[in-house]
Design a protein around this ligand. Structure first.
Ligand code: AMP
Ligand code: GLY
Length: 425
């Protein structure tokens, strides 16, 4: 089989390394890919949101399967366009990807079908939103831009002044563009967060092993929100009991709700959950694999991933047994100094051989090849990932790997997995 993967970050690198293990695959292409991905797949300079470009590339390389990994092209309808041209795909159609593309849609869906989530109200103008927040006068409160915003569209103001400023930035200054035409104001929930990615063919849902992201830039969950600074799998808060409750009250009801809305979801549905004192609730849905969750979940997958993609396309997922290793997996992100704000690019990375390092797997998120040398090209640069029999050993292996890699102004969180270790005590 010839497989094309759309995207160019650490998640796509993890997908590609897993697809490479498949006995069925003899060629992998990626667009646009990145410096590290080019060691594992042929990279083409076509943007991940360039629908015509990707359709043409799929024709040119005679792709048997196209995996669309990022949210933006899914929401824009890339899968629909590829299917129309007769290509097999992995990823939801635009009609289903709206579950991530519009928070107003997803909140209304959860309300309509009784799926547990934070209480909320939707606003289409700043004055009404501010009047509501002022009257409610409960802080912190949570304000979410309706549309996609590179994972940055959520603010959690601690005071009325900060909330008013936030509403104005989103709705009047349009810091997230049209994504901020509508906002959701919701109740602040507390509890540990759990990420569960799940395969679904629209009939059944098969959750993957759980994981925990670390979203803030600095140790102790301080600093700005980022795309994710590291992950561990499994997530100790996701006990068998919580898993069962999620399946009954959240996972299956969501699949059924999407079917009832005429928006059958096929692909990977990401449940961002919070284990609140009142039970698990949905914080967000994503219509795709998480980043950097994929980097700790897929290394534990034992079943051929192409068999899973095919079962989803054939709607026979219920017949397939998906196997996982019992190992723990850790991914530590090495980021460019300054991220998630401004940072330099083009800084040489040393310590890797052909993009990799013995004892760990290095997923490349923001790297490029320049004159044969690996250089930084993004905020999140590398995901240094290790598997081991337990979390403590996996953490040691991953951080030992980090020590061997360097680039100017590199930083990482030193406390990935700390909360998970405390929960295991
Ligand atoms: P999201 O982009 O929706 O995942 O939100 C980013 C982060 O904001 C989440 O990972 C949570 O840590 C936090 N968050 C979102 N919604 C809530 C909420 N209702 N209560 C508390 N924290 C939240
Ligand atoms: N790590 C969070 C996300 O992929 O949205």
């Amino acid at each position: 089989m010839r497989v094309l993967v759309v995207g160019g970050g650490g998640r796509e690198h993890a997908l590609i390394k897993k697809i490479k293990e498949s006995k069925k695959v003899d060629y992998i292409a990626c667009c646009p890919g990145n410096g590290g991905i080019s060691f594992d797949a042929e990279c083409f300079n076509v943007g991940a949101c360039d629908i015509d470009g990707v359709v043409n590339l799929a024709k040119e390389i005679k792709a048997d399967l196209v995996v669309v990994a990022p949210d933006d092209p899914l929401v824009l309808g890339m899968v629909d366009a590829l299917n129309k041209e007769g290509f097999k795909t992995f990823g939801p159609t635009a009609a289903a990807a709206i579950i991530e593309g519009s928070k107003v849609f997803s909140k209304n869906l959860m309300l309509k079908y009784g799926i547990p989530t934070a209480e909320y109200k939707v606003f289409d103008n700043a004055d009404d939103a501010i009047a509501y927040i002022t009257e409610k006068n409960e802080f912190p409160t949570v304000i979410k831009a309706d549309g996609l915003a590179l994972g940055k569209g959520v603010i959690i103001p601690e005071s009325l002044d900060a909330a008013i400023a936030g509403v104005k930035e989103i709705m009047e200054d349009k810091v997230f563009g049209d994504s901020g035409n509508n906002i959701v104001v919701e109740e602040f929930l507390t509890g540990p967060e759990v990420s569960v990615l799940a395969f679904t063919d629209g009939k059944c849902v098969k959750p993957m092993v759980s994981s925990m992201d670390h979203k803030r830039a600095l140790d102790g969950d301080k600093g700005l929100n980022t795309g994710g600074m590291g992950t561990v799998s499994p997530n100790p808060y996701y006990t068998d009991e919580v898993a069962k409750e999620c399946m009954d009250k959240i996972f299956m009801p969501t699949i059924e709700a999407m079917n009832k809305e005429g928006r059958t979801f096929k692909g990977c549905l990401y449940f961002g959950l919070m284990d609140t004192p009142k039970g698990p609730k949905v914080i967000e849905y994503n219509c795709r694999f998480g980043d950097p969750e994929t980097q700790v979940v897929l290394p534990r997958l034992k079943t051929d991933i192409i068999d899973i993609f095919e079962a989803i396309n054939n709607e026979t997922l219920s017949e397939l047994e998906i196997e996982w290793s019992d190992d723990a997996c850790v991914c530590v992100i090495m980021a460019s100094g300054g991220y998630p704000k401004a940072y330099d690019k083009g800084i040489e990375i040393t310590g890797l051989k052909d993009g990799d390092l013995d004892g760990v797997t290095v997923y490349h998120a923001g790297t490029a090849l320049k004159d044969g040398k690996l250089v930084t090209s993004g905020g999140r640069v590398l995901g240094v990932t290790a598997l081991a029999g337990d979390l403590t050993s996996a953490l040691k292996k991953a951080y030992d790997g980090v020590e061997k890699i360097s680039f100017d102004k590199a930083f990482c969180r030193k406390d990935i997995g700390k909360r998970a270790l405390e929960a295991l005590k």
